[in-house]
Design a binder for this molecule. Structure first.
Ligand code: CAO
Length: 416
C-alpha cells in the first residue's frame, strides 16, 4: 500500500518527547524519517527509566517507531559536512533542542534556508520566539504550568495539578505535525520552504481554550454556573479549579461504583446531558424527578447537583463500573468506566483497531505501544520497531554517496 508521505525525507533532530512524537506520526504515514543522534549516547530517553538492562527504554521505543537512526557528531566539521549533504536532499528538518542550540551548531534558519530553500524547518521550543521567557528550557510539567493547564486542573482546596496526559510534549508534537503538513502543501504552491515554530506554552493554552472562555465570562458576570463553586461557594477574579466538573455546559462528575472502597478505579464518569434528563430519571428509577420543578431544568438542578450525584452513587453502589455503563448506555447517557492502564493494554477493541499494538524489537522482545489514533479508509499505519542507536548509519551514509572507506574514516574521527 502506498502511504501518503512516501518520498518525503525528514531529518529528525529531535529528542525526549515533543519532537519525537511529531516525527513518529509522520513516519507512520510513510515519511522517511532519519533520526540524527549523538554517537555513543543518542537520545537521552534510550537510557531513561530502563526496565531491561542494555536494551533501549520503553520511553524511547514508544516514541521512535518506524524511524532510522544515524549517529552523527554535528559539532565536528566531518559531521557537519554529512549533515549538510543530508539537508540538501531533505524535505523537512525537525528539531527541539534548547533555545539557540541549532544556531550554536552553525545551522541557523538563514543557513538552512541557504543550503536548501525548499526545506521546511520545524522547531519546538518551550516559549515562542520573542516571548519574555524564550531563553528557558522546558519540560512537560513546566509547559502545563505556563500554559494555564495546572492552574485550572485539580480541586479548589488543593494545589495546581499536573495532568498525566502529555499536554506539553506529545500535544505540541501533534501541533507541529499539522504545521509541517501545512507547510508541505504550501510548498507545492510556492516551491519554497519555510520555518514552522510551535511553542509548548501555546500548545497547552490552545487546549485550555475553554478556560480562557471562562475567564472572560467570569469577568463579565462574576460566577461560572457549571463549576462546583456555584451557587454556594465563592469566586475570585481568576478561573478556579473545578475538580471533575464538565468543561462545557453539561454537568458531570466521577462517581463511585461497587468496590470503590478497595479499588481506586471503581468509578464511572457520569454526564447529566440537559436533554437526556428524562432517560436519566428512568435509568435511575426516579420517574418522579422528570416533571418535578426542582429537577426539571438544568438551572433548577444546579444548586443541588451534588445531591443528585449522591443519589446516582447510591444507585451505583451494587453495580461494577462495567455493569453500570452497560445499563446506562441503553438510555443513551454519555458515560464511561474509569479505565486503568492495565485494562486499556488488554482491551480487545483497542487491539483490534491498532490503537494498542505489540511491536517486535531486536533487543527487548516485544513491547506494547500506542499506534496511530488517526484511522484512514485507505491505509492502516503499521508500527515497526524503533531503531537501535546508529542502526542505519552505514545505509544512510551510503545513500549520500559515501564509500566504505569514507565511512571508516568518519568512524576514525568519531564523527559517526
Ligand atoms: N552531535 C553533537 N551535539 C549534539 C547533537 C549531535 N548529534 N545533538 C545535540 N547536540 C548538542 C546540541 O548542539 C546542544 O549543545 P549546546 O548546548 O552546547 O549548544 C546539546 O546537545 C543539546 O542541548 P539541549 O539544550 O537541547 O539539551 P538539554 O538536555 O540541556 O535540554 C530540553 C533538554 C528538552 C530541556 C531542551 O532541549 C529544550 O528545552 N527543548 C525545547 C523544548 C522541548 O522540546 N522540550 C520538550 C522535551 S520533552 O519533555
Amino acid at each position: 500500500m502506498t502511504k501518503p508521505l512516501e518520498g518525503i525525507k525528514i531529518i529528525d533532530f529531535t529528542h525526549v518527547q515533543a519532537g519525537p512524537a511529531c516525527t513518529q506520526l509522520l513516519a507512520w504515514f510513510g515519511a522517511d524519517v532519519i533520526k540524527v543522534e549523538r554517537p555513543g549516547s543518542g537520545d537521552v530517553t534510550r537510557n531513561q527509566l530502563r526496565d531491561i538492562p542494555d536494551a533501549d527504554a520503553l520511553y524511547f521505543t514508544m516514541l521512535n517507531s518506524n524511524k532510522k537512526s544515524l549517529t552523527l557528531d554535528t559539532k565536528k566539521p566531518e559531521g557537519k559536512e554529512v549533515l549538510e549533504k543530508l539537508i540538501r536532499e531533505s524535505d523537512v528538518l525537525v528539531e527541539n533542542f534548547g533555545p539557540g542550540a541549532l544556531d550554536r551548531m552553525g545551522f541557523s534558519w538563514e543557513r538552512l534556508n541557504e543550503l536548501n530553500p525548499k526545506m521546511i524547518v520545524a522547531s519546538v521550543k518551550g516559549f515562542s520566539d520573542g516571548h519574555h521567557y524564550d531563553d528557558l528550557k522546558v519540560y512537560e510539567n513546566v509547559a502545563q504550568c505556563a500554559g494555564g493547564a495546572a492552574s485550572t486542573t485539580g480541586f479548589w482546596d488543593g494545589p495546581p495539578t499536573i495532568s498525566a496526559a502529555a499536554l506539553g510534549d506529545s500535544n505540541t508534537g501533534m501541533h507541529l505535525a499539522i504545521g509541517i503538513l501545512t507547510a508541505l502543501l504550501g510548498r507545492d504552491k510556492t516551491g519554497k520552504g519555510q520555518k514552522v515554530a510551535v511553542s509548548m506554552q501555546d500548545s497547552v493554552l490552545n487546549l485550555c481554550r475553554v478556560k480562557l472562555r471562562d475567564q472572560q465570562r467570569l469577568e463579565r458576570v462574576g460566577y461560572l454556573e457549571e463549576y462546583p463553586q456555584y451557587p454556594h461557594g465563592e469566586f475570585s477574579d481568576v478561573v478556579p479549579r473545578g475538580g471533575n466538573a464538565g468543561g462545557g455546559g453539561q454537568p458531570g462528575w466521577v462517581l463511585k461504583c461497587k468496590g470503590w472502597e478497595t479499588d481506586p478505579n471503581a468509578y464511572i464518569y457520569f454526564t447529566i446531558q440537559g436533554h437526556a434528563w428524562e432517560p436519566i430519571c428512568k435509568a435511575l428509577g426516579k420517574p418522579e424527578w422528570i416533571d418535578d420543578p426542582a429537577y426539571k431544568t438544568a438551572e433548577a438542578r444546579q444548586p443541588h447537583i451534588f445531591g443528585i450525584f449522591k443519589t446516582i452513587e447510591a444507585w451505583l453502589a451494587d453495580k461494577t463500573k462495567f455493569e453500570a455503563v452497560d445499563i446506562l448506555r441503553k438510555f443513551d447517557i454519555p458515560c464511561a468506566p474509569v479505565l486503568t492502564m492495565k485494562e486499556l493494554a488488554n482491551d480487545p477493541s483497542l487491539r483490534a483497531s491498532g490503537t494498542i499494538v505489540e511491536v517486535p524489537h531486536k533487543k527487548r522482545g516485544s513491547y506494547l505501544t500506542v499506534g496511530s489514533p488517526i484511522k484512514f479508509s485507505d491505509m492502516k499505519p503499521e508500527v515497526t520497531a524503533s531503531p537501535l542507536l546508529g542502526e542505519h548509519t552505514d545505509e544512510v551514509l551510503a545513500s549520500l554517496g559515501y564509500t566504505k572507506q569514507d565511512i571508516f574514516n568518519l568512524r576514525e574521527v568519531k564523527a559517526v
